[in-house]
Design a protein around this ligand. Structure first.
Ligand code: PLP
Length: 393
């Protein structure tokens, strides 16, 4: 271990993975665990997408492809960005990678180095600060609370900027809070950045899973067009988490740099998965709407049921499939013989003594919250809520 680099030692292990692993182990031991810790839809990949993958194998489409993705998929991505996000990108401004995660690390490795600061509003998706650290940069987190719907205000952004600020990472709809920035809110944030030479990495992974408020891409703000990098993928929208296809759109010079990094590390994303992604993006989109509606029912249930539990206070998520209640009301109390000092204590207690897996907010920079995923059936959600109610009473 003494031989490990500072780069790796500065990173933290993914807490989401830790709790999920523990829950899996308990399940394997025969315990009846309800898991609300997953970061993926519980629905299967749509059949027409699977069929496209099978057809690709049968046609022998199983070899290296263009490093940055096949032209057919880039065209489907261009059409998607234009149709659903109002964004107009040339094929040379798009790269396809192994999941949204790789698009983000490529962009961060290309832009961030020692001495650079990257502003990240908290609660944040767990990997953002760790990726910045891996690149040698310094994550600067800005705490956002329930009072602003877990969103960063222009004043907070302004205050976080220093001469070393290289980029802002924004994720709307948000994992873990489900918050969606309105057009007005996005424009106000972009106004702060205008003319300052600061990049915006916009993670739009959950853009098709929203409940009323349409997300607005910072790439739509004309004055920031050359400074915005949009990351998205097929993982969540089409229940394709295992296929590993994500994409990045941004200035051509940056896309070229990402292409270079990718060519020397992983090469092209999986050829079969690329064909399946074409089918997903170009096929009948009604399944996306059906699933969105199902998520909305579950969100409505969770919001109401959790807020009825004393000590729990949840904001209404506007997107993604997570709810991020504050459990401040139970912190400091003794439950199951242990003092609940942090949300990590609460998550551990819920899992070990009441068989409900959640993820502590500490992992997302919000130590008073818990993240519950409602990518589970209503029946499972009901059992989980009942167990939490018992656990806290
Ligand atoms: N961005 C956010 C906000 C996510 O929640 C996730 C997945 O959990 C990703 C990116 C990564 O997606 P992928 O599985 O395509 O790498």
């Amino acid at each position: 271990e003494n031989y490990l680099t500072k780069r790796v030692l500065s990173m933290e292990e993914s807490q989401t993975m830790r709790i999920t692993g523990l829950a899996k182990k308990m399940k394997a031991e025969g315990k009846d665990v309800v898991s609300l810790s997953a970061g993926e839809p519980d629905f299967p990949t749509p059949n027409f997408v699977n069929e496209a993958g099978i057809a690709a194998i049968k046609a022998g489409f199983t070899r290296y492809t263009q490093n940055s993705g096949i032209p057919e998929l880039k065209a489907a991505i261009q059409a998607k960005l234009s149709r659903e996000n109002g964004l107009c990108y040339d094929a040379s401004e798009i790269i396809v990678s192994n999941g949204g995660k790789q698009t983000l690390i490529n962009a961060i490795l290309a832009l961030v180095e020692e001495g650079d600061e990257v502003i990240i509003p908290a609660p944040y998706w767990v990997s953002f600060p760790e990726m910045v650290r891996l690149a040698g940069g310094t994550p600067v987190t800005v705490t956002c609370t329930g009072e602003t719907g877990y969103k960063m205000t222009p004043e907070q952004l302004e205050a976080a900027i220093t001469p070393n600020t290289k980029a802002l990472i924004i994720n709307s709809p948000s994992n873990p809070s489900g918050a969606v920035y309105s057009e007005q809110e996005v424009r106000a944030l972009m106004q702060v950045l205008e003319g300052k030479g600061i990049f915006v990495i916009s993670d739009e992974m959950y853009d098709r899973i929203t409940y009323g408020r349409e997300p607005f891409s910072p790439g739509m703000v004309d004055s920031m067009r050359d400074w915005v990098i949009v990351s998205n993928g097929v993982s969540k929208t089409y229940s394709m988490t295992g296929w590993r296809i994500g994409y990045l759109a941004g200035p051509e010079w940056l896309i070229k740099a990402c292409d270079k990094i990718q060519s020397q590390t992983t090469s092209n994303p999986n050829s079969i998965a690329q064909k399946a992604a074409v089918a997903a993006l170009q096929g009948d989109q009604s399944i996306v709407e059906e699933r969105r509606k199902e998520f909305q029912k579950r969100r409505d249930y969770m919001y109401k049921a959790l807020n009825e539990i004393p000590g729990v206070q949840a904001a209404l998520p506007e997107g993604a499939f997570y709810i991020f209640p504050s459990v401040k009301g139970v912190l400091g109390k003794t439950l199951g013989g242990n003092v609940m000092n942090t949300s990590a204590d609460v998550a551990e207690y819920l899992l070990l003594e009441h068989n409900v897996a959640t993820v502590p907010g500490d992992a997302f920079g919000s130590p008073e919250n818990l993240r519950l995923s409602y990518a589970a059936s209503i029946d499972e959600l009901k059992i989980a809520v009942e167990r939490i109610r018992n656990a806290f009473s």
